[in-house]
Design a protein around this ligand. Structure first.
Ligand SMILES: [Zn+2]
Length: 269
C-alpha cells in the first residue's frame, strides 16, 4: 500500500500541471493529468516486464500459428489506427498471445497488444470477430482511455478499491516491475473502463475494422458469443454491462452505417 501511495505521488510530481485535452477522434474533453506520451512510456516498460515474466512461466506465444494469425489480423487494423490518429504511426506496436483461461485481450497505451488463449479457445472467433476484438482494444488506446483512467485515479486519489489496484495482471506476477510501470499496468489492465469509454471504443473499433476490410456485423456476433460465455472474462470483456441489449443495438446501427466502407475495403475470402 505504501508502495502504491509512493507511486501515486511520483506520478503527480512527474506530471506537474493538471489539465484537460480534447480527444482528436471523439472531440470529447478528457481529463489528462497524465499525457499520452507518458502513459505510452510507462506502458512499454510494464509490457516488457510482463513479456519477460510470461516467457519465464512459458505462457508467451506458445503456438506460432496462433501468433501469426493474430498478428496478420492486427496488421491492417494498426495501419488504419495510424490513419485515424497520425501519432499512432510512431508507436512501437507489438502483438503477443498469452496463455491464460481468461476471455481477455487488451491494448496498452502506445500500442502494446495481448490476446489471451482463453478468448481464442472459448469464443472461437472468426477472423472478422477477432478483428473486432482487436479493433475495440486498439480504439481504447487511440482514444487515450488508459491515460484518462490514470488521470481520473489521480483526482479520485484513493476513492477506488485498492484491492483491485493491488492485484497482479491476470495472474501474471509483476513483482519485478518497480513504481510507475507497475501502476500503469495495473490501471491499464485491471480497472474497468467507464461506460462512455466503452461506447466510444465500440464505435471506433467497428470503424477501424470496417476500414481494414473486416465485416462490421462481426462485432454483433462477437458480443453475442461473449454474453453466452458469461462472467469468465477480464475487465474489458465481462458480460456484466448494465444494458447489453442497448449496447448491441448501438453497434448494429454503427455496423449498418459502415457497410459501404466495409464493401469498399472488403478482403478476399
Ligand atoms: Zn473496452
Amino acid at each position: 500500500m505504501n508502495r502504491f501511495l509512493a507511486t501515486l505521488l511520483a506520478i503527480q510530481l512527474s506530471v506537474g500541471i493538471a489539465g484537460c485535452a480534447t480527444n482528436p477522434i471523439t472531440g470529447r474533453s478528457q481529463i489528462m493529468l497524465v499525457s499520452d506520451n507518458k502513459a505510452a512510456r510507462y506502458s512499454a516498460q510494464a509490457y516488457d516486464q510482463l513479456l519477460l515474466n510470461a516467457e519465464k512461466q512459458q505462457v508467451l506465444d506458445e503456438d506460432p500459428a496462433t501468433v501469426n494469425r493474430v498478428r496478420s489480423i492486427a496488421q491492417p487494423l494498426i495501419a488504419q489506427a495510424a490513419a485515424l490518429r497520425p501519432e499512432a504511426r510512431h508507436w512501437q506496436w507489438e502483438v503477443h498471445v498469452l496463455k491464460s483461461d481468461q476471455v481477455n485481450a487488451w491494448c496498452m497505451a502506445g500500442g502494446k497488444i495481448a490476446v489471451y488463449t482463453g478468448l481464442l479457445q472459448k469464443i472461437r472467433p472468426t477472423d472478422d470477430e477477432l478483428a473486432q476484438v482487436l479493433g475495440h482494444e486498439i480504439a481504447h488506446a487511440l482514444l487515450s482511455h488508459q491515460a484518462e483512467k490514470m488521470s481520473r485515479l489521480q483526482v479520485q486519489k484513493l476513492g477506488l478499491g485498492l484491492g483491485v489496484l493491488a492485484g497482479a495482471i491476470a495472474g501474471y506476477n509483476l513483482g519485478g516491475v518497480a513504481g510507475l510501470a507497475d501502476t500503469v499496468a495495473t490501471v491499464s489492465l485491471q480497472l474497468p473502463n467507464s461506460r462512455k469509454a466503452e461506447s466510444e471504443a465500440d464505435a471506433v473499433g467497428i470503424e477501424l475494422a470496417a476500414k481494414a476490410g473486416y465485416d462490421p456485423f462481426a462485432a454483433i456476433s462477437l458480443w453475442e458469443k461473449m454474453i453466452k460465455v458469461g462472467g469468465s472474462g477480464g475487465p474489458d470483456w465481462l458480460s456484466t454491462h448494465p444494458n447489453p441489449e442497448q449496447r448491441l443495438q448501438s453497434m448494429r446501427v454503427k455496423a449498418q452505417q459502415l457497410m459501404p466502407v466495409y464493401e469498399a475495403n472488403r478482403r478476399a475470402p
